[in-house]
Design a protein around this ligand. Structure first.
Ligand SMILES: Cc1cc2nc3c(=O)[nH]c(=O)nc-3n(C[C@H](O)[C@H](O)[C@H](O)COP(=O)(O)OP(=O)(O)OC[C@H]3O[C@@H](n4cnc5c(N)ncnc54)[C@H](O)[C@@H]3O)c2cc1C
Length: 464
């Protein structure tokens, strides 16, 4: 009797370079593909997890919009190979165990995640499956360098990017991507009952705020590859020179693809190296290295998203959050054009240019003196690439509370940033056409005064 293989999809919504799917194809038995929506689960149940893992963070609204379409695209790719994508909701441990019994599966495969709650969940599922005599295997798929393989000379995890990246470049070259299983070489298991993706309400309805996202993006693996090819052909050569200018279409736009796993970092690494001069590839891959560094930090400091990495910041005198002030920042109504342009770009397109992410984040934590976690939470809800490692690492970097962070006393001046990186005002004009007219709000704070206030606040914790 057939003993199917279950492939559990998570942050890896692709058929190409998917080691879990590849292993199932190699095993030769019929395949059950499943995606589990488990966000309602109470992961604070400490009989399953330690106190350190209060739970897996639910995805924000923009990421869910992305996932809906990306899952549809994945279902299409699988269908073209004779495989069905089964949708199930509920606590993942119960859903996977139930599906294994229901299908009499002999193996369950998945690709690794790196947050503590996710790792503990996976470990507990793995051990229960093994106890039940089922093969359970996890694979390296979403990071080029596993976080536990890199250590400083003193045997510690890295806290500084440059030596971290040097160590990565000195490690064995990342493997070549695996091919997608081709139709005819894999068989789907007999039909397994599935919930309907549409019933999970990942798409906004009342109101439907996703028009700008639809105009900007085509989620899915095929579109991801087309976009990477276009960047390799047209963008990579000028990347280093132009990547800081928000009105230029100069960066790869790979962040949501990598976040949801439509594209693997191995595909990016080898695609870019094959396509470009060593120099062009090196500067681009260094940025991909920051993504790896974020996961390295998240793995070794699981509270990266909730706690200051530098404990001195626990005593930082943040302002009490004023909903009016926070709301004006969120809605792009601060009266500082470059900040408002960024916040409106975010709302309309689900992303924001990297330079402007730094400017808007600095404005929140320094000029408005609001806790970085408030900004991080807004980005989490509104970014299509909202990432548990990159978002939190970068917010702590801007706030100065992280390791290898920008020093707090280096306060970005948004007006100078605009002069330097949006010299002709094209970016501001695109998102804030009314800047400079009577209809545009007065600045919410005086930039000089608020800078002084920020430095005085920092003085109170500097020596601690
Ligand atoms: C406050 C703040 C919050 C951020 N939140 C996120 C987030 O939630 N998700 C996210 O993917 N990136 C985040 N970033 C990093 C960066 O802004 C985006 O990765 C980048 O703008 C995405 O555009 P791109 O794909 O065209 O980048 P490219 O310049 O083409 O870079 C290629 C890839 O490298 C990675 N990368 C580039 N810069 C960084 C960086 N600073 N940190 C980590 N990875 C990087 C991304 O995966 C990106 O797709 C944040 C930055 C800041 C300052």
């Amino acid at each position: 009797m057939a003993s199917p293989s279950i492939v559990w999809f998570r942050d890896d919504l692709r058929v190409g370079d998917n080691p879990a799917l590849h292993a199932a194809a190699e095993r030769g038995e019929p395949i059950v593909c499943v995606y589990v929506f488990d966000e309602q689960t109470d992961y604070s149940d400490t009989s399953v997890f330690s106190d350190d893992s209060p739970g897996i963070r639910p995805n924000g609204g923009a990421a869910k919009w992305w996932m809906h379409h990306s899952l549809e695209a994945l279902a299409g790719e699988l269908d073209a190979r004779g495989l069905a994508l089964t949708f199930r909701s509920g606590p993942a441990a119960q859903v996977i165990a139930g599906l294994q019994r229901e299908t009499n599966a002999g193996a369950v495969y998945w690709n690794r995640r790196y947050g503590l709650a996710e790792r503990e969940l996976d470990a507990s599922i793995k051990s229960s499956l093994k106890e039940a005599g089922v093969e359970a295997r996890s694979f390296q798929a979403n990071l080029l360098f596993e976080p536990w393989t890199l250590r400083t000379g003193q045997g510690q995890p890295y806290k500084v990017f440059t030596p971290f990246w040097r160590a990565c470049l000195g490690a064995p070259t990342p493997r070549h991507p695996l091919p997608a299983p081709s139709a005819g070489h894999v068989t789907g298991a007999k039909t397994v009952p599935s919930e309907k993706l549409g019933d999970w309400a990942f798409l906004p309805t009342r109101p439907d705020w996703a028009g700008g996202l639809r105009d900007t993006w085509t989620p899915g693996e095929k579109a991801a590859h087309a976009e990477l090819r276009a960047f390799e052909a047209e963008g990579l050569g000028d990347y280093q020179r132009e990547r800081d200018f928000p009105s230029q279409d100069a960066t790869s736009r790979m962040s949501p693809r990598l976040r949801h796993g439509e594209m693997s970092p191995f595909q990016v690494w080898h695609g870019v190296r094959d396509a470009s001069s060593a120099e062009g590839a090196a500067s681009f891959l260094r940025e991909v290295g920051w993504r790896e560094f974020g996961y390295h930090l998240l793995y070794h400091w699981p509270k990266l998203g909730t706690e200051n990495m530098r404990p001195a910041f626990n005593a930082f005198p943040w302002n009490d959050p004023d909903p009016e002030v926070l709301g004006r920042w969120q809605q792009g109504q601060t009266g500082i054009p470059i900040v408002d342009a960024g916040m409106r770009e975010l709302w309309q397109t689900g992303v924001m240019h990297n330079r402007i992410r730094m400017v808007t984040a600095s404005f929140l934590v320094k000029n408005l003196l609001l806790d970085w976690r408030l900004g991080e939470a807004w980005f989490w809800d509104t970014l299509v690439d909202a990432d548990p490692a990159s978002n939190t690492m970068n917010w702590q970097w801007v706030a100065g509370s992280g390791v290898d962070a920008a020093p707090y006393f280096r306060v970005f001046n948004p007006e100078l940033q605009a002069k330097k990186f949006d010299k002709h005002g094209e970016y501001i004009n695109q998102y804030v056409p009314e800047a400079g007219t009577p209809g545009y709000p007065e600045p919410i704070v005086d930039l000089g005064e608020s800078r002084k206030r920020a430095l005085a606040a920092y003085d109170t914790i500097k020596g601690s």
